[in-house]
Design a protein around this ligand. Sequence first.
Ligand SMILES: [Cu+2]
Length: 814
Amino acid sequence: MVYSDEKGYAKPIVIRNGTLLKRSSYNKEEFKLLTPKELEQVLTVDGVYKLLFSINGEFPGPPIVVYEGQTIEVLVRNHLSNEVFTVHWHGMHQKHTPWMDGASMVSQCPIGPGQSFMYRFKADPAGTHWYHAHQGSMRGDGLAGPLIVLPRKKRTDLTRVEDDFIIVIQEWSRNKSSLENHEIHAWNMHLYADDFNCTESCYIVTHTTDGTSMGIEPFHSGLINGKGHHYPDKTETPLVPVLPLEIFKVKPNKNYRFRIINAATFVSFRLSIDEHLLRVIAMDGHDVEPEAVQSVVIASGERYDVLVQTKMNSRKNFFIRAESMELKSRYQDPIYPGVVKAILRYKDAPESLPDTTRQECTRENACKVINCPNKLYPEADHVDCFSVANLRSTQETINSCAVPVSQNGERIREDFLNFHFTAANPESPNPVMKATINGHVFTTPTCPPQSTYGTKASSCINDCNKQECLKHQCSCTHFLNYENTSLGSAVQLVLLSRDGLQGATDHPIHIHGHSFHVLKTVYPELDPTTGLVTNFSRDIECESETCLKPRWSSKEWAGGNLPNLNLRNPPLKDTVVVPRGGYVVLRFYLDNPGYWFLHCHMDAHQMEGMTLIIKEGQRIFHPKPPKGFPSCGEFTWSLNDYKDVRIAILGNETTRRIVMIEVLVRNHLSNEVFTIHWHGMHQKHTPWMDGASMVSQCPIGPGQSFIYRFKADPAGNHWYHAQQGSMRGDGLVGPLIVLPRQKRTDLPRIEDIFIIVIQEWNSNKSSHENHEIHAWKMHLYAKDFNCTESCYIVTHTTDGNLMGMEPFHSGLIN
Ligand SMILES: [Cu+2]
């Protein structure tokens, strides 16, 4: 929570006695009331100070609204100090422009700090879509926004809509930035991440009603259009009631369209409006026959368009509410789910919070819920579940996008993809489980296959065929290869989530470059009274418990012949939830040559390896990228290449021994780029080895490597450190000691040499946050933005010079 004064200086906002106040002076404890206009400009989020990414100063990013078929042109400029990213246009088919898909290291290289990239593509298909960063976990901290493509032809089967609203819903990790969360996932520490110290109590994973693990990560807060409350203990009382919620203003007896986008990194939400029905009219942008429900369950990446008819006479406020799917503890005791709220405000309603509740579901008046993650709820919940496969495309949708069927009675190519957790060594007493597809942990290519041509393209890929992937887990660049399946033909995918683990869960699976028809969804067998899973679907057989090679339990079903597929009017989607122990059957036509990501939209799973690349059509059929399309890759030069440099360095002194320093730097970070500066080295004849980012070289991207090679000169105590943003402040440093050839003779004999690396340490904030804090001139307040105990006041040296511009936290030696 920050506001900018008229001079452009940012200042924090504090909460005193339930009121939001702004600090008006940096060297006094002085606060003033925020005007309503000022409050409107503040990103209050959930009331906690945290690094977030904004697009054009907005959070979520500004909506892009266009007409179907128009050319969208977006200039993306990266103003971050260390991070790279791309922007994926979720829902867009990118026909003829596969290199505009924004999948980092698949369609393009990421956009570096200070760089820009022009996206240009056709708005197709119409509907509610969105855009988000496709690099590390950055979309979770703000790099996302709505993308609405209006149809050229209006739907005729709907009543007149008074207004069109957008709901971007997401969870919000209040303690940690997405950069930290990413590393926490990589180290499998998310189970402990609520409070590593277990100060009050340790976090234990939660479950849905059918026993599936759901809260693998603790739920902190939820946001609707960037606003939300934190509910401690998950009860109905917010921590800071004064924080604004998003308000949707309506008039009585009208129809409103809500375009709901789940931008969460992890959480599925059950969304409803108190005392109002939702009429679902579209999913992932594609029209369906209207279906009235009490709530929709929306998973990460999905979109639902609903119509809401307002009451005849009302001057009230109603809650728009969404709940996470966690309903039971590990021990099957009921728990409170995470809650997100916004307000539906009727004309002339008071400016107060609603006092409404969600419809009580009873035997006489059961609640209809669409897209439950399970087949049914326990009997006592009185919830009627309705799968997305039960919805029907409108005739218009089917006319413009026919259901894929086999041509000339040939068998349809069919592939099974199991989204599960497997171990490289399942026999070990403590096997490390990784999110995989058919046992393949995805490794990112070191150059994007879509925009890389020639021999380089194959060297960027870690080939799965060279590995033993059939017996147990392997790590490689996993492809679903349709290269030899004719373009234009229909293909079928069977997506399942099957393993013997307690940790197994439902996965929202997203396919780039396509919308697909959902022909069937099957859930595992349940006990109707308890709602617990009793058996996985028997339609599928596995070769072992790990299930690397699933197949139909009945041979006649192969090749697209599974019974009870809806081939008449199935819904079209681009993201679909695969229930644990069940499966989803989908089809699409191979009509879009290119490389397309297929992955779980739960960020942690995607990052861990639940990803593959579809190769559609042979390379010669892929549209070539425009001239000057940026490239990236490794920089590994041979000693032979270094020969000329050596000659320059050595000159006539070829007889003398010269020490060359050779360091291979590999960037294993997910989002950050950096260079290494060799502080003290003269770099004579090798000025491009100085490691000054954007002076001597481009920074080293995530997954990339770079060989530094230079002469150790002069002798003495030197050091090396990252020269990018403020990263050296968080550990990218070390000593570089160059011993002299000739010993000093004027000193006594030395028994041992010690190195002391001394530095200050900011225990509250990462270098990334500090960098931004500086950029916004907020460091004077940074000790505690809330001034909880007292506000920080700048300190001075003995002669009165300003010294402690930033509060000193800790210091470290080595
Ligand atoms: Cu997943």
